[in-house]
Design a protein around this ligand. Structure first.
Ligand SMILES: *Cc1c(COP(=O)(O)O)cnc(C)c1O
Length: 494
C-alpha cells in the first residue's frame, strides 16, 4: 500500500538558514528605517506603481520570502500613517518604541493564544502588567481588567458592565427590555468620543439612551445641566444608569471635573465610567497627575496603551473596580474552555469571562518589555515633555499676528487657525482646510483638524516622544507661510 503521508508538509521554511539571513536583513532595514524616520516627509501620496500591487489577484501559488519582502519594502514600508514621525500630530497617534520590535519577534515566534486559562508565561505577563497599570493609575489592586484592542473596545467593556450593574432585571437573559422596564440612561458631555455612542448602540440600549450634556467654555461638562438632566429623566420614569467622564476629550484634551462627577455619581447611585483613552496616561507624570486627580474614583476606566504610552498598535485596557459585576457581564464557560486542576488548561484566569474576545494576541509582552526597559518614570517624563511642548506651541500662536487660538490648551492638544482680515468670515473654515491639506502635501508636518463650535481648527495633538521644540517652531512658520501664499491666490480669485 502506498504511504498516503509521504507528501506531508508544513508552512515552515524549506531552508531555515536562508530564512534566518533574511530576518537579519529585515532587522537591519527596520533599524535604519526608525533611525532615519525624521529625515523623510511625514506624509506622501502612494505612487500609482505601488497602488498597482493592491490590484493584484489572489496569489494561488506562493513566491520566495525575499521577493515578497522586497515588494513590501518598496511599496508598503515607505507609506505608513507615520505616527512614528517627529512631526506627526494627527488624531491621537502613539509613536511606539524600538524596544518593542524585540517583543514583536518573540510574540510572533511564540504565537500564544493568551486565553488566561492556559497555564503559560503569557498569562502571568498580562496579569502582572494589569497590576502595574492599576498602580500607575492609582487604581485598587483588587480591580479586574484585561487588555483589549483599544479605547473603543475598552469603553464597550466598561459600559457593558455599567449596564449589568444598573438594570434591575437580568439584562443578559432578557436583552435590553424597554417594553417592560424603563430605559437606562447614560450621560456624557457633547465632546464625548464617537465610540461611546457606538458602544451604547451595540449594547442594544439605543442612542436615545445616551444624553449628551452641553459643555462649559473650557469644553468640560456642565455639571448643573448634568444634574438637571438626571433629575428630569428620573421624574419621567427613566433609570439614570451611568455617567461617562471624559479624561482628555479627543478635540481639545479637556478633562471633566472628576471629583465632582464622582460625588454626583455617588449621590445619584450611578456608575461612573471614565474614558481616559489618552488622558489617563497623564497619571504617569509626577507633575501633571493632579490634572487627572479623581480618575481613580471611577467604577471603570477605559484607556489606551497605544496612544500616550507608546505601546505598538493595538493595545487598550479596561479596569473595573472590584465587586462590580464584571464577570457576570461576560462569563460563558462551555466545557471546551473549562479549567483543570493541573496541566495546560490550569491557568489562573479565563480572560474570556471579562471581555468579548476568546483568543487574543500576546500583546501584553510589548507593554511589559517596554515598561521594564524604559521604566515607568521615563514614560511619565515623556508625557510631561509633551505637555510642556503644548504650552510652548500655545505661546507661539499667542504671539503670532496671523494665528488665533481656538480653545484653551488644557493638556496636550492645541487648536488654532490662520486669520487675516482679507479672508471673508464665511471662507475662514475652507481657507484653513486648504492650509492643512497643503501642509500635509508639503510633507513637513501632520496635524489633523477639529470642528469647534462651527469653527474649523488646525489641531495638534502631541503624543509623540520624538517631537522637539524646533518642530513646533517650524510648524508655526510653515502654516503662516502657506497661509500667506494662499492668501495671494485667494485675493486674486475674489
Ligand atoms: C482614541 C480615543 C478613543 C478610541 O480609542 P481607539 O483606541 O482608537 O479605539 C476613545 N476616546 C478618546 C477620548 C480617544 O482619544
Amino acid at each position: 500500500m502506498q504511504d498516503k503521508f509521504i507528501s506531508e508538509k508544513s508552512l515552515d521554511p524549506d531552508d531555515w538558514d536562508k530564512f534566518k539571513k533574511l530576518l537579519h536583513d529585515v532587522a537591519d532595514d527596520l533599524v535604519h528605517y526608525l533611525k532615519t524616520v525624521g529625515e523623510r516627509p511625514v506624509w506622501t501620496n502612494l505612487p500609482d506603481q505601488s497602488k498597482e500591487l493592491f490590484d493584484e489577484p489572489l496569489p494561488i501559488s506562493g513566491s520566495e520570502y525575499s521577493d515578497v519582502y522586497e515588494s513590501v519594502k518598496e511599496h508598503i514600508l515607505p507609506y505608513p500613517t507615520n505616527n512614528i514621525h517627529p512631526r506627526f500630530w494627527s488624531w491621537v497617534g502613539g509613536t511606539g518604541t524600538p524596544s518593542q520590535l524585540i517583543a514583536d519577534m518573540v510574540i510572533s515566534a511564540m504565537n500564544s493564544g493568551s486565553l488566561g486559562l492556559d497555564e503559560t508565561a503569557s498569562t502571568y505577563v498580562e496579569i502582572q502588567l494589569l497590576d502595574w497599570l492599576k498602580e500607575l493609575l492609582d487604581y485598587p489592586k483588587s480591580s479586574s481588567g484585561l487588555l483589549v484592542s483599544g479605547g473603543s473596545m475598552a469603553n464597550l467593556v466598561g459600559l457593558a458592565v455599567a449596564r449589568t450593574h444598573a438594570a434591575d432585571y437580568d439584562v443578559r437573559d432578557q436583552g435590553v427590555n424597554i417594553k417592560d422596564n424603563p430605559r437606562l440612561m447614560y450621560y456624557s458631555s457633547s465632546e464625548t468620543h464617537s465610540c461611546i455612542r457606538k458602544a451604547i448602540e451595540l449594547l442594544g440600549l439605543g442612542s436615545q439612551s445616551l444624553k449628551l450634556i452641553p459643555i462649559n467654555p473650557d469644553y468640560t461638562i456642565n455639571l448643573n445641566l448634568l444634574q438637571k438632566a438626571i433629575q428630569k429623566d428620573r421624574q419621567n420614569g427613566l433609570i439614570p444608569a451611568c455617567i461617562i467622564a471624559n479624561v482628555g476629550t479627543v478635540n481639545t484634551g479637556a478633562i471633566d471635573p472628576l471629583d465632582e462627577l464622582s460625588i454626583i455619581a455617588k449621590k445619584e447611585k450611578l456608575w461612573m465610567h471614565a474614558d481616559g483613552a489618552f488622558g489617563a496616561i497623564a497619571k504617569l507624570s509626577k507633575k501633571s497627575k493632579k490634572l487627572v486627580a479623581g480618575l481613580e474614583k471611577a467604577d471603570s476606566i477605559a484607556f489606551d496603551l497605544h496612544k500616550w504610552m507608546h505601546i505598538q498598535y493595538d493595545c487598550g485596557c479596561t479596569l473595573i473596580r472590584g465587586n462590580a459585576p464584571h464577570k457576570e457581564t461576560f462569563s460563558v464557560i462551555p466545557p471546551y474552555i473549562k479549567k483543570f486542576d493541573r496541566g495546560l488548561a490550569s491557568g489562573p484566569i479565563n480572560f474570556s469571562e471579562y471581555g468579548v474576545q476568546l483568543s487574543r494576541s500576546f500583546k501584553a509582552l510589548r507593554a511589559w518589555m517596554a515598561l521594564k526597559i524604559e521604566g515607568a518614570d521615563r514614560f511619565g517624563e515623556q508625557v510631561e515633555q509633551n505637555i510642556t511642548q503644548a504650552k510652548y506651541l500655545t505661546e507661539l500662536i499667542d504671539t503670532s499676528k496671523k494665528l488665533e487660538l481656538l480653545t484653551p490648551t488644557s493638556l496636550n492638544i492645541v487648536n488654532f487657525r490662520y486669520i487675516d482680515t482679507q479672508v471673508k468670515n464665511e471662507d475662514t473654515n475652507d481657507f484653513n482646510a486648504e492650509i492643512l491639506m497643503r501642509l500635509h502635501e508639503s510633507g513637513s508636518s501632520a496635524p489633523s483638524s477639529a470642528l469647534l463650535d462651527g469653527d474649523f481648527s488646525i489641531r495638534v495633538a502631541i503624543t509623540n516622544h520624538r517631537s522637539r521644540k524646533k518642530d513646533f517652531e517650524n510648524l508655526v512658520n510653515d502654516i503662516v507661510r502657506i497661509g500667506d501664499n494662499y492668501l495671494k491666490e485667494y485675493i486674486i480669485n475674489q
